[in-house]
Ligand binder design. Sequence first.
Ligand code: C2E
Ligand code: CA
Ligand code: CA
Length: 497
Amino acid sequence: MQGPHMLAFLPALSLAGFWLGGEAVLVAVALGLPAIYSVVYPHGVHRAEHLARLPLSSDLVDISSAQAMAEQVVERARTANLSTACFMIEAEGLDTIGRRSGNDSVEVLRDMILGRLRGMLRRDDSAVRVGDSRFMVLLGPSLRHDLETMLTLAARFQRGLEEPLETGTGTHFLSVSLGFHAIPASVSDATGSRLVDAAQTALSEAMANGPSAIRAWSDSMRAERSARLSLLGEIDRALARGQIQPWFQPQICTSTGKISGVEALARWIHPERGIIPPGQFLGALEETGQMDRLGEVVLQHSLTALRGWDEAGIDIPRISVNFSGTELRNPQLVERIKWELDRFGLMPGRLGIEVLETVIADSPEGVVARNIMELSDLGCHIDLDDFGTGHASITALRRFPVNRLKIDRSFVSHVDRDEEQRRMLAAILGLADRLGLETLAEGVESVGEHALLAQLGCDHVQGFGIARPLPLEKVADWARAHTARIAEAQNLGRSTG
Ligand code: C2E
Ligand code: CA
Ligand code: CA
């Protein structure tokens, strides 16, 4: 045990007495604590891990109780003329673990996370869970809660929580985003609910930029949020003016190393705000009923790009386009695609249709199934996107004419370092093999992951480790450089082998 950091070991009751001004809910919360170390922000976190097994699940509080807790701390800070701060922390990926390993694992992980957080706090700070995968930390009143100190602390929480978590069901990796707000002593009209809201807003901002992001609340954030809302008002014009267009992410064949295709991913090239990713505007398009329009724009750009690469002698066999549930429910979809392929003089096999696993899981029959069937009959390649996250049954896999499984990034990351992850992936690859389906691993970020996927027999890989999504004008250069690298590697292989 690393003694030097551990100054005191307080039983819950004495903590409750010293912490609270008598609010029933807070007493309940505090009594739920197994114990708190008086630790001056230690570097490591694992000394607390064994305690995490104690039943902490009662430490879930609803948002109004969280605000009441914050109110207490703000009040104490005001009385003492000191500052205080609130962190909101999201453990991203807990839901995926729940789907894979069950709710019991998630409960254990939540307890471990809370245990780790508390292991990193001082006696006067507190941590509770405020949602399925969300945690709140309140710092006790103190002299110094300046931005630099807060950022250092946020980074330390993040590092601590992102260390692998070992449970009975294996090793789990989480991404952690944080938002925080500190109230200096000079602010006299602070309230607990404003403190909590500000930290929540900062967290939303972090998550929009995540995974693994940290954001401090600022006045400009409020302005940013309203700017974002006005952005959504602009989306109509953006589509009409051609500001929304796809970028292209290469996909590589693991056995030859050659480019097997590219995926078209929508980007909004905003004149003032730069590149806006689809996560920030797909929802608005969906709500305003414009997914079909987006689909048309992306398909047009994609087929134009493919023609261009053909003409330039660049070997890109296929372009894959994401189709939303809305588009797949359109009875005119197949006619439109047929017409577009004709117009560009491209064989249907050059077009990949990416369908989310959730879409086929939710659409047992009817127009979605018919469209996919007809596109497949036409000769288009059908990719099942985010495989492993959407609960499509094996029967659904048989009923829909799927050519390839795109294995979700959550099954791919750290596969070279994590035995459990490797077993899971091997099982998916085995299933695909039995069903005669091709496979592609998404979100391949490292050489180690790439190499292991090749060893396990995954057919294709895609991810930042190979290339990020590229704007049209960069694809040809990347493809030429990649082809040259492959040729060089082969020559080297020949001369040494
Ligand atoms: P997706 O189809 O699963 O696309 C893969 C996403 O993962 C892309 O995010 C890509 O940039 C990102 N990605 C690729 N490699 C890596 C990696 O190694 N690590 C990590 N962390 N991320 C990686 P993007 O472009 O933000 O797109 C998000 C989602 O938006 C897409 O997920 C897709 O579902 C949707 N989307 C994008 N373009 C379109 C479109 O034109 N139409 C429709 N309906 N949906 C689209
Ligand atoms: Ca996709
Ligand atoms: Ca995907």
